[in-house]
Structure formats: structure tokens, C-alpha cells
Design a protein around this ligand. Structure first.
Ligand SMILES: [Zn+2]
Length: 277
């Protein structure tokens, strides 16, 4: 069985503040150890469940978080930034299942720890009218290639978010967000044990899973935290502004949608840096 694992950081056990997920932060080295342990637990569980090929996408921030020497030797890891499919780089037709590790809730989730949607500029992402966070976006890209999500681990609020969209997945909450910068967390050892078991169980029910397929063409609505971000994004060809903070793009499929979404994040980031308003 072939498994793709996308790895974020804000949803791992023990992490409560964005400083801890920042490469320059004092706690980052410790957090990447914990992150790597959770990924290695998923690898071990996947193998127990029958996986013989595992591709891991190191997808948080710079894409340089995992401690590679602590992972099993036979996995393939995608490292670095500017990936063609963002957090889902490495996915293609032929994978049996996709895992999401270290995932967090979407922006504006009540009590979700560091809830955000891809960047701190984006306030809401809708695909054909359905609001999705990073879990849903990654699931939609996997779905484009016919691959179902089997396992989601991270903040309880991210697991709940995933369950609303994806049927029959195994969800492993590593903590419960109780505020933007607070969580009730499992210890790392406990979280890793549950992830390992969850990964094995998830591959045992692959037959019951369906890919999350967003119907083509995809109407992608993106709202931003500031008006200036929507204003600048509306200058991207074929992108239309529909209200003060929201733009829409009609994409031919999810890959097209994702590429334009990424460009929007870069434009919004520059717009945000342009002034105080
Ligand atoms: Zn994220």
C-alpha cells in the first residue's frame, strides 16, 4: 500500500503558541523533535497496517522541520518550500491513502489553537460554497488525484473539522485547543502511541473511504483579514472582487485553484506589508 503523509506543526501535542512553531523561536528545536516523533509513529503504524511505500511532505512554514535521521530509512521525504502542490506535494494517482499529521483548525475557530487557513492573511476559503481549512484543502487536492484521507491527527478542533467533510476517517486528537494560544494537551508519548494505532487502523478501513472530490469547475472564494489584501488580489487576471474583503476565482480543477490560491497569499502578504491600513 502507498501512503502520502502531509505534516504541519501547529497541531502537534504540546504546542500552544506560534512562537514555538517559528524556526527562530527558542522552543523550535524541541518542537521539531516532537513533530518528528509523531511522524515516525505514523510511519510505524502505517507499516503495521500494510504500507510499503511512504512519501512524507514536510509542509509547515519553510518545509524544513523534520529531523530526517530520526525517521525510518525507507521513507521518501519532500523538504523545502515553494512546492508545486503546497502541503500536498508528492501526491499523485496511485496512492491508497493520505494522512494529515500536526493539523490545526481553520481561522476563526472558537478555541482552536493557532487556528488559521494557510496564512495569517486569509480569513476564509470556500470551495464551491463549502468553507474549508487546511485539512479540507489538502483533502481536496488528494481527492483530485483520487486519493482518500484516512487519518487526521492534531487539534481536536481540526479533527472535528475534518470529520464534517470526510466520512470514515480515523481522527487522533493530540490536544484540545481551549483558546488561540492555549491547549489541553496529551503528553508526547501518549500522542505518539495513539497516532501509531490510528495509522494502523486507518489503513484497515481504506475500503470504506472515498476521496473528497470537489466538482469542476471549482468556484474558489477567498476572504482576507484586511481590505487592501482583497484589493491587490483583484488585480490578478481572472480574479474578481465580490465584497470588501473577498475575491473569487473560477478554477478548472483543484490544482488550478490551489496555484491561484498560493499566488493570492503572496500578493496579500505584499499588500499587508504596503502600509498600516
Ligand atoms: Zn498550517
Amino acid at each position: 500500500m502507498k501512503v502520502h503523509i502531509t505534516v504541519d506543526m501547529e497541531g502537534i501535542a504540546g504546542l500552544a503558541h506560534e512562537d514555538q512553531a517559528d524556526m527562530k523561536g527558542l522552543d523550535f528545536q524541541r518542537m521539531r523533535e516532537l513533530l518528528t516523533s509523531e511522524v515516525q509513529a505514523a510511519v510505524e503504524g502505517a507499516k503495521e497496517g500494510g504500507a510499503n511505500k511512504i512519501v512524507i511532505c514536510d509542509a509547515h512554514d519553510t518545509g524544513r522541520n523534520l529531523i530526517l535521521e530520526e525517521l525510518d530509512e525507507d521513507v521518501v521525504v519532500i523538504e523545502g518550500g515553494g512546492y508545486e502542490l503546497g502541503m500536498m506535494t508528492g501526491i499523485s494517482k496511485g496512492f491508497d491513502a493520505a494522512f494529515q499529521i500536526g493539523y490545526h483548525s481553520m481561522r476563526d475557530t472558537h478555541a482552536g489553537t493557532i487556528g488559521h487557513t494557510y496564512s495569517y492573511s486569509c480569513s476564509k476559503l470556500r470551495l464551491n460554497g463549502t468553507t474549508v481549512g487546511e485539512s479540507g484543502l489538502s483533502a481536496a487536492i488528494a481527492g483530485h488525484f483520487g486519493v482518500p484521507v484516512a487519518l487526521v491527527s492534531g487539534d481536536l478542533h481540526a479533527v472535528r473539522e475534518a470529520r464534517k467533510l470526510l466520512k470514515n476517517i480515523v481522527g487522533v486528537p493530540t490536544k484540545e485547543g481551549v483558546g488561540v494560544y492555549a491547549c489541553k494537551t496529551l503528553t508526547p508519548g501518549k500522542a505518539c502511541g495513539l497516532i501509531r494505532k490510528g495509522a494502523k487502523d486507518a489503513l484497515g478501513r481504506v475500503d470504506k473511504l472515498r476521496p473528497y472530490v470537489v466538482k469542476k469547475p471549482v468556484s474558489m472564494e477567498v476572504s482576507f483579514v484586511r481590505v487592501v489584501m482583497a484589493q491587490y488580489c483583484s488585480h490578478i487576471p481572472l480574479v474578481k472582487r465580490i465584497d470588501d474583503r473577498t475575491v473569487v476565482y473560477k478554477a478548472k480543477d483543484m490544482v488550478d485553484a490551489f496555484r491561484v490560491f498560493e499566488i493570492m497569499q503572496m500578493v496579500a502578504h505584499s499588500a499587508g506589508a504596503d502600509g498600516a491600513l
